[in-house]
Ligand binder design. Structure first.
Ligand SMILES: N[C@@H](CCC(=O)N[C@@H](CS)C(=O)NCC(=O)O)C(=O)O
Length: 213
């Protein structure tokens, strides 16, 4: 199994965490996003979106999109489960993950920031303001959702890590990298601390990756 990865990619970070939790260790191929390797001919042949992660399975299937890859891992390596067994609970966990994957992360992706700066000519202060704004909008909603719901436990859902935590931790790592004040989100940061205390999360952190700079 091969994981096309980049240390700073939060979408790839999700897959690293899930793989670690499942005890799966794919061979790693590093795609240097800052140098534009995701737009190289070889990589586009594999993943026409030019985004990481991509996972190539032992059977040669090429999987893209972190949630699809993680659900594939869940189906092929069911233990420990990263989705609860009950349908409404599964929907809740997926909703938390999707609120990050669809409604926060894409607005702040590298290519979006490069477009704001390079094509629209926005100064750094405005680009950073955009970044901060969308993180805050997303985190405010997640904080209020998680703080008031009794299904929230030590982790986003109950007392064992799920796909929701696998998405939350990399998003907060991105926010920290941009020096965003996370003190208004005590539930999110409490869950983050519970996660990062686990070896599977700690070993997936950007700074611990072989391509970290
Ligand atoms: N929805 C995709 C997002 C993938 C994505 O946006 N990856 C980013 C890194 S976190 C990327 O490859 N960016 C390259 C670019 O913006 O040029 C997923 O969940 O896999």
């Amino acid at each position: 199994m091969k994981l096309y990865d980049y240390f700073r990619s939060s979408a790839a970070y999700r897959v690293r965490i899930a793989a670690n939790l499942k005890g799966v260790a794919p061979e790693r191929v590093f795609v240097h996003l800052r140098k534009g390797a995701q737009r190289g001919e070889d990589y586009l042949a594999l993943n026409p979106q030019g985004l990481v992660p991509t996972l190539v399975t032992d059977e040669g299937d090429v999987l893209t999109q972190s949630l699809a890859i993680i659900e594939w891992l869940e189906e092929t390596h069911p233990l420990p489960p990263l989705l609860p067994s009950e349908s409404a609970a599964r929907a809740r966990v997926r909703a938390i993950a999707l609120s990050i994957a669809c409604d926060i992360h894409p607005l702040n992706n590298l290519r979006v920031l490069q477009y704001l700066k390079g094509t629209l000519g926005l100064p750094d202060a405005q680009k950073d303001g955009w970044y901060r704004y969308w993180i805050d909008v997303g985190c405010e909603a997640l904080e209020s959702q998680l703080a008031r719901d009794t299904a929230t436990g030590r982790f986003c859902h109950g007392d064992t890590p799920t796909v929701a935590d696998v998405f939350l931790v990399p998003q907060l790592a991105n926010a920290r990298r941009f020096a965003i004040d996370l003190s208004p989100y005590p539930t999110l940061t409490r869950i983050e601390s519970a996660c990062t205390a686990l070896p599977a999360f700690a070993a997936a952190a950007p700074a611990r990756q072989p391509d970290a700079e």
